[in-house]
Design a protein around this ligand. Sequence first.
Ligand code: CA2
Length: 154
Amino acid sequence: MIGLGTNTARMTDTIFVLNGPNLNLLGTREPEIYGTDTLADIEAMLSEKAHELGVAIDFRQSNHEGVLVDWLHEARETGAKAILLNAAAYTHTSIALLDAIKAIGVPVIEVHLSDPSMREEFRHKSFVGMGAAGEVKGFGPRGYAVALEKAAAL
Ligand code: CA2
Protein backbone atom coordinates (compact mmCIF):
# COMPACT_ATOMS: atom_id res chain seq x y z
CA MET A 1 0.00 0.00 0.00
CA ILE A 2 1.26 3.46 -0.81
CA GLY A 3 0.72 5.81 2.13
CA LEU A 4 0.14 9.53 2.03
CA GLY A 5 3.19 11.64 2.82
CA THR A 6 3.06 13.72 5.98
CA ASN A 7 2.64 16.90 3.94
CA THR A 8 -0.02 15.48 1.67
CA ALA A 9 -3.53 16.44 2.70
CA ARG A 10 -6.15 13.92 1.61
CA MET A 11 -9.03 15.58 -0.24
CA THR A 12 -12.44 14.96 1.28
CA ASP A 13 -15.94 15.74 0.02
CA THR A 14 -16.39 18.32 2.74
CA ILE A 15 -17.01 21.93 1.80
CA PHE A 16 -16.51 24.51 4.55
CA VAL A 17 -19.09 27.30 4.63
CA LEU A 18 -17.67 30.18 6.65
CA ASN A 19 -19.68 33.23 7.66
CA GLY A 20 -18.26 36.41 9.14
CA PRO A 21 -19.30 39.14 11.54
CA ASN A 22 -22.92 40.00 12.28
CA LEU A 23 -24.33 37.31 10.01
CA ASN A 24 -25.65 35.68 13.21
CA LEU A 25 -28.14 38.60 13.21
CA LEU A 26 -29.67 37.66 9.86
CA GLY A 27 -33.44 37.64 9.84
CA THR A 28 -33.67 40.03 12.79
CA ARG A 29 -32.64 43.39 11.26
CA GLU A 30 -32.40 45.07 7.84
CA PRO A 31 -34.73 42.61 6.05
CA GLU A 32 -34.92 45.03 3.10
CA ILE A 33 -31.23 44.31 2.40
CA TYR A 34 -30.65 40.80 3.72
CA GLY A 35 -34.12 39.21 3.65
CA THR A 36 -35.96 37.42 6.46
CA ASP A 37 -34.14 34.06 6.50
CA THR A 38 -31.95 33.39 9.51
CA LEU A 39 -28.49 31.88 9.21
CA ALA A 40 -29.98 28.64 10.59
CA ASP A 41 -32.52 28.70 7.72
CA ILE A 42 -29.67 29.09 5.22
CA GLU A 43 -27.76 26.22 6.85
CA ALA A 44 -30.84 23.95 6.64
CA MET A 45 -31.44 24.82 2.97
CA LEU A 46 -27.76 24.27 2.15
CA SER A 47 -27.65 20.92 3.99
CA GLU A 48 -30.44 19.67 1.72
CA LYS A 49 -28.62 20.95 -1.34
CA ALA A 50 -25.40 19.28 -0.16
CA HIS A 51 -27.24 15.98 0.23
CA GLU A 52 -28.54 16.25 -3.35
CA LEU A 53 -25.02 17.00 -4.60
CA GLY A 54 -23.41 14.18 -2.59
CA VAL A 55 -21.12 16.43 -0.56
CA ALA A 56 -20.93 17.32 3.12
CA ILE A 57 -20.90 20.86 4.48
CA ASP A 58 -19.28 22.21 7.62
CA PHE A 59 -21.24 25.42 8.30
CA ARG A 60 -19.86 27.99 10.75
CA GLN A 61 -20.11 31.66 11.77
CA SER A 62 -17.73 33.88 13.73
CA ASN A 63 -17.54 37.56 14.58
CA HIS A 64 -13.74 37.31 14.91
CA GLU A 65 -11.25 37.77 12.08
CA GLY A 66 -8.59 35.48 13.62
CA VAL A 67 -11.10 32.68 14.07
CA LEU A 68 -11.96 32.90 10.36
CA VAL A 69 -8.22 32.73 9.55
CA ASP A 70 -7.88 29.64 11.79
CA TRP A 71 -10.82 27.97 10.04
CA LEU A 72 -9.26 28.64 6.61
CA HIS A 73 -6.10 26.89 7.85
CA GLU A 74 -8.21 24.04 9.24
CA ALA A 75 -9.83 23.59 5.82
CA ARG A 76 -6.37 22.96 4.35
CA GLU A 77 -5.26 20.70 7.22
CA THR A 78 -8.37 18.52 6.95
CA GLY A 79 -8.27 18.36 3.14
CA ALA A 80 -11.53 20.19 2.51
CA LYS A 81 -12.60 20.20 -1.13
CA ALA A 82 -13.50 23.90 -1.21
CA ILE A 83 -14.69 26.80 0.92
CA LEU A 84 -17.67 29.13 0.55
CA LEU A 85 -16.76 32.34 2.33
CA ASN A 86 -19.08 35.19 3.23
CA ALA A 87 -16.57 37.24 5.20
CA ALA A 88 -19.17 40.03 5.63
CA ALA A 89 -17.45 43.36 6.48
CA TYR A 90 -14.00 41.68 6.68
CA THR A 91 -14.36 41.18 2.91
CA HIS A 92 -13.53 44.85 2.46
CA THR A 93 -10.77 45.22 5.07
CA SER A 94 -8.92 41.99 5.72
CA ILE A 95 -5.47 41.45 4.24
CA ALA A 96 -5.15 38.64 6.81
CA LEU A 97 -7.99 36.74 5.14
CA LEU A 98 -6.50 37.37 1.68
CA ASP A 99 -3.10 36.08 2.83
CA ALA A 100 -4.73 32.97 4.32
CA ILE A 101 -6.76 32.31 1.15
CA LYS A 102 -3.58 32.56 -0.94
CA ALA A 103 -1.66 30.33 1.49
CA ILE A 104 -4.02 27.38 1.86
CA GLY A 105 -4.37 26.13 -1.71
CA VAL A 106 -8.06 25.29 -1.20
CA PRO A 107 -10.42 26.98 -3.68
CA VAL A 108 -12.51 29.71 -2.08
CA ILE A 109 -15.79 30.96 -3.52
CA GLU A 110 -16.78 34.39 -2.25
CA VAL A 111 -20.48 34.63 -1.39
CA HIS A 112 -22.62 37.67 -0.56
CA LEU A 113 -26.34 37.96 0.04
CA SER A 114 -26.42 41.51 -1.32
CA ASP A 115 -24.36 42.86 -4.19
CA PRO A 116 -21.70 45.02 -2.50
CA SER A 117 -20.78 46.67 -5.82
CA MET A 118 -24.29 48.21 -5.92
CA ARG A 119 -23.95 49.63 -2.39
CA GLU A 120 -21.67 52.15 -0.64
CA GLU A 121 -18.26 52.88 -2.17
CA PHE A 122 -16.45 51.33 0.82
CA ARG A 123 -17.99 47.94 -0.05
CA HIS A 124 -16.66 47.95 -3.62
CA LYS A 125 -13.19 46.70 -2.72
CA SER A 126 -12.91 42.99 -1.89
CA PHE A 127 -9.70 41.59 -0.45
CA VAL A 128 -11.36 38.17 -0.40
CA GLY A 129 -12.09 38.51 -4.13
CA MET A 130 -8.39 39.07 -4.86
CA GLY A 131 -7.72 35.48 -3.81
CA ALA A 132 -11.02 33.77 -4.58
CA ALA A 133 -11.65 31.27 -7.37
CA GLY A 134 -15.14 32.68 -7.97
CA GLU A 135 -17.90 34.81 -6.54
CA VAL A 136 -21.69 34.72 -6.19
CA LYS A 137 -23.34 37.90 -4.99
CA GLY A 138 -26.72 39.59 -4.94
CA PHE A 139 -28.95 36.49 -5.04
CA GLY A 140 -29.76 36.31 -1.32
CA PRO A 141 -29.65 32.89 0.36
CA ARG A 142 -30.00 31.14 -3.05
CA GLY A 143 -26.50 32.39 -3.82
CA TYR A 144 -25.12 29.94 -1.24
CA ALA A 145 -26.76 27.05 -3.14
CA VAL A 146 -25.38 28.31 -6.47
CA ALA A 147 -21.91 28.59 -4.95
CA LEU A 148 -22.20 25.08 -3.47
CA GLU A 149 -23.01 23.69 -6.93
CA LYS A 150 -19.90 25.39 -8.30
CA ALA A 151 -17.76 24.11 -5.42
CA ALA A 152 -19.06 20.54 -5.72
CA ALA A 153 -18.19 20.54 -9.42
CA LEU A 154 -14.59 21.62 -8.86
O1 CA2 B 1 -24.23 40.92 1.41
C1 CA2 B 1 -23.50 40.27 2.17
O2 CA2 B 1 -23.58 39.06 2.33
C2 CA2 B 1 -22.44 41.02 2.99
O3 CA2 B 1 -21.32 40.17 3.13
C3 CA2 B 1 -23.08 41.30 4.34
C4 CA2 B 1 -22.18 42.12 5.25
C5 CA2 B 1 -21.68 43.38 4.57
O4 CA2 B 1 -20.75 44.06 5.40
C6 CA2 B 1 -21.03 43.06 3.23
O5 CA2 B 1 -20.67 44.28 2.62
C7 CA2 B 1 -21.98 42.32 2.33
C8 CA2 B 1 -22.94 42.53 6.52
C9 CA2 B 1 -23.48 41.38 7.31
C10 CA2 B 1 -24.29 41.95 8.43
O6 CA2 B 1 -25.47 41.19 8.54
C11 CA2 B 1 -26.51 41.72 9.23
C12 CA2 B 1 -27.63 40.97 9.26
C13 CA2 B 1 -28.75 41.45 9.90
C14 CA2 B 1 -28.71 42.66 10.54
C15 CA2 B 1 -27.56 43.41 10.52
C16 CA2 B 1 -26.45 42.94 9.86
